[in-house]
Each structure stands twice: as C-alpha cells, then as structure tokens.
Design a protein around this ligand. Sequence first.
Ligand code: NDP
Length: 402
Amino acid sequence: MAKVLIIGAGGVGQVVAHKCALLPAVFSEITLASRTESKCLKIAQQISETHGRSIQTAQVDADNVPELVALIRKFQPQLVINVALPYQDLHIMDACLEAGVNYLDTANYEPLDNAKFEYKWQWAYQEKFAKAGLMALLGSGFDPGATNVYTAWIAKHYFDEVHTLDIIDVNGGNHGYPFATNFNPEINIREVTAECQHWEGGKFVTTPAMSLKQSFTCPDGVGTYNIYRMYHEELESLTKNFPTLKRAQFWMSFGESYLKHLEVLGNVGMTRIDPVLFQGQQIVPIQFLKALLPDPSTLGPRTVGKTCIGCHVTGLKDGKPRAIFVYNICDHQACYREVLSQAISYTTGVPAMIGAKMMLEGKWAKAGVWNMEQLDPDPFMADMNLYGLPWQVIEDPGFDLV
Ligand code: NDP
C-alpha cells in the first residue's frame, strides 16, 4: 500500500493514472499533478466513471523546485512518477532528493535549447540518490523501458554472450490525419530529426537522419512496414551494460505521409527549436507547430491497427550461434476500450506503472540511479503478461536484418 504522485497529465499520464487506479492494493492513494490542472481533473473524472475510484489532483510547475517540494511534502508519496517532459527530469529529481522520495521517469533529460538527449546528466545523480538511500529508475516506458528489460531477460535466459541487438518499433496504426504525432509533438520531432547513431565495433557511428531503411514483416499478421534506423536513448545504457555487444541499432516505422510532412516542415523552418522574432514577439517554431497539431491524447478514438515492438538479439550459447526475438503486439482500439488512449501512450504508461509497482513492492529496491536492464528482468516480464502487454518469444526467427 503506497501513495504515488504522478506528474504530467498528457497522453502517457492518463494511462499511468488509469493503470495505477486499477491496482488499489499497490497504489492506495494517487495524486495527479500537472501544469494545467483542468487536464488532471478530466482524467480524474474518467477514472471515477470507468473504474469507480477517486484520485486527487493538483496544479504544479515542475520546473519550480520549491513549489514541487511543497507539493511532495503536503501529499507525502513514497514515489514520484515523472511523465511530464524530459526538460523537467533534473528539477523533479532535485525535488525528490530534497523531499526524500523515490523517482521514476520514462524519458531521459534533454535541455530545452539543445535537441540532444544523453544520460550523463541523470547518471551524475548516482551518488546523491545512493547517499540519501533513495532510488531513481530511469526510462520505464516501452522504448526505453520494456526494450531494456527484454534485452536483459534474453541475455539472462538464452545467451552466454550477446553480440547484436536490433530494437524494432513498428506502429501499424492509422489515425486518419495527414500528419500527427503519437506522443508529445515537440519531443517526437526533435528525436526523429536528430542524426542517427548506432553502436558498431566499440563506438557510436553517426550517419544522417533516416538514411538507412529496410522492410520488416511483423509476426502474427501485423503487416510489412518500412523501418528506419535512428538513435534512441536506450542504446547508450544497453551498450554500457552489455559490453559484449558488437552492434546495436534502433529501428522505427514511418509512413510516407509522415516523412513527407516532416521534410517540408523542416525545409520551411517549422521544426526549429531556437526563438525567432515574429510581430515583435519571440516564438519558437516547433512550439507553435505543437499548438497547431492534434493533441496525441485525443487520437485514441480514431486510431486503428496494431503496434509491434520487440528486441532481436544474436549471440552465443554453449559455443553455438543463435537468435531470439521477443515482442509485444498491442491493439490501438483495445487500449482505447480499456483506458481511453491509443497504443503509444498505453505501451508507455503500462511499463511506467509496472516499474512503480516493482519499486513499491520491493522487487526492485536499490538506492541509486538505475536503468531498467540493471535490475532483475523476471518479475517485470511476469507483470507485463498480467497487466496488458503480453509478450512472445520466437527462437531463431530467420530475420534477414541489415
Ligand atoms: P504530453 O505533451 O501529452 O504531456 C506532457 C504533460 O506534462 C502535459 O500534461 C504538460 O502540461 C505536462 N508538463 C509539461 N511541462 C510541465 C511542467 N513544467 N510542470 C508540470 N507539468 C508539465 O506528452 P506525453 O504524455 O505524450 O509524453 C510524456 C512523456 O513520456 C514524455 O517525456 C515523453 O518523452 C515520454 N514518452 C516515453 C516513451 C517511452 O516509450 N519511453 C514513449 C512516448 C513518450 P500541459 O498540459 O500544461 O502542457
């Protein structure tokens, strides 16, 4: 029985709040706080109507550390679940240290004025959290998150030594808009337009964004999609924690319409993250673009199709080569029926709830700052099957990956 404070009432925050509310034996009291309290109140009302449970709400600017510390002290949670934006990570970690509570997030810190995410800023908190006897769990979404746990679980149960890792994230869903992003547009576009980095021969190799693609056929009839190699934050921690990896790559599917719109928006300067002067006022083009695009939390009713996200690992067992693919398939409309969200928010929010559950139940209790693959993958994998993200294993799938 524990109190949790969830920060952020967007698409992901909605799923985390619903899923925590469905488990009163673990999450005995829930407060949902965000910059705009009306969004928290709307989610609280949904939860009351669909699950008959009441949660508390609050207004907070998570970048204001004293304000956040006051909220934490007032509510006294055991854990703060950060599903606001990556820009808030360090401020929320600072507030957790000051108020003496544990911390969890789903995306690593990124400075507002530089589209470059790296773990170095959050790893630098290792000693502070360890000394305070507190735990910070980093990247407990799907990717990062479940993909880190899949990798650790595959390495633990199937290999003596892992050699290659390909993380494949396919969204076969269709929301019917010519262009919309499935999670925060600003974060999504910053990530997708960044130069690609993959791990090869003991170092990260940089190539232009979206410069390598291949066709991938998902299992279980989800379909065949073009997947593009890009950089994703879990590559940084996984290559550090699995030093026998000779190559590690991340692939994501994109439709033609999405890529064409992104190219045009980039060409005309609408994805710029630096301020420009417009009619006497400084505006940041990507923030203005976000205001024009559909809010990802409203895509649920209109998105149909499935996601397929998995990890393909090769390596050696008893001296013999083998390959393993572990994956989840998630149906957008099934997610909507359960928690009124599409599958991208769902596949992020469920692992956030499970990571929180692992910490609160003491299955993952370790002072310091940790990435998901540093903890025992077995209880997390078991809960993925119980709480909406069941996984499958294919041994030697015969994929012909680049
Ligand atoms: P949204 O933009 O839908 O929601 C973000 C929420 O955070 C909004 O409610 C926003 O408030 C709130 N917020 C922003 N700034 C502050 C602040 N200073 N103080 C308090 N609240 C604030 O984003 P998503 O729900 O799509 O994404 C949430 C997080 O999940 C992001 O960090 C994203 O990168 C991560 N993510 C992780 C994935 C994974 O698999 N690991 C996949 C997808 C997303 P307001 O409403 O006022 O704007």
